[in-house]
Structure formats: C-alpha cells, structure tokens
Design a protein around this ligand. Structure first.
Ligand code: AMP
Ligand code: ZN
Length: 114
C-alpha cells in the first residue's frame, strides 16, 4: 500500500532494525520503546488491523502469533515473560493502520491493561 508506514518498512524505503522474518511476517524494534524490549511483528501483506482479519488467510494469522513467540525467544524474554498487544481503532490509539503486534517485556509490566 502506497501511503503506509509499515509497507514502506517492508519495502526498505524506511529503515528498521530487523529482529525476525519468515515467509509471512517481519519483526523489528519499535522506534519508541515502552519497555526494555519492545518489538513489532507485522504481516507482509497489508491488512489494516484486527478488524480486517477476515481478509487474511488463517495461515498468515497463525504465522503472526508464532512470530511473536519467536521474537520473544530471540530477545531473551520468553522465559521471564512478555505481553503481546494489538491496538485496533481510535479508542485503542492505533496510529499505524497496518496490522501489528507489540511484543513487550524485559522488565516487570503493569498488571493493568488500560
Ligand atoms: P500503534 O500506536 O499501536 O499503532 O503502534 C504503532 C507503533 O509504531 C508505535 O509504538 C510507534 O512507536 C511505532 N513506530 C512508528 N514509526 C516507527 C518506525 N519508523 N520504526 C519503528 N517503529 C515505529
Ligand atoms: Zn501497510
């Protein structure tokens, strides 16, 4: 998609610090980390967010979930614990309209979700 920040990251037009990649997903460090470790996992196919999941094949959805755990392993936080978050829509403060999963950890996180 022409005007999408994360599509530009996927094409290399905007630089990113890669953590993980497979056939369907790409993961990189968040530019503004909210914990000691903060990664973003995105599908290679443009999907606007969780509310558009019905346009995405199941195997690509599954690949995103598996990629989140692979990223946690790579960042060394799979054992200590981590959180996966996907903001959807205005009230959740979704700023980039390309489906993405935050993977955060590396320090104790708040028990509050909002
Ligand atoms: P959200 O607010 O859930 O839509 O998350 C978007 C995330 O993208 C935020 O955590 C931003 O810090 C992150 N972000 C924005 N631009 C970049 C970039 N160029 N490289 C890496 N992360 C970015
Ligand atoms: Zn996109």
């Amino acid at each position: 998609m022409d005007d999408c920040l994360f599509c530009k990251i996927l094409s290399g037009e905007i630089p990113s610090k890669k953590i993980y990649e497979d056939e369907f997903t790409y993961a990189f460090f968040d530019i503004s980390p909210q914990a000691k470790q903060h990664a973003l996992v995105i599908p290679k196919q443009h999907v606007s967010g969780l509310s558009a999941l019905d346009t995405m094949p199941d195997k690509e959805i599954a690949a995103c979930l598996r990629a989140c755990h692979a990223v946690a392993v790579q960042l060394g936080i799979a054992e200590s614990g981590y959180r996966m978050v996907s903001n959807c829509g205005h009230d959740a403060c979704q700023t980039v309209k390309h489906l993405h999963f935050h993977v955060i950890g590396g320090n104790p996180l708040s028990a509050r979700m909002a």
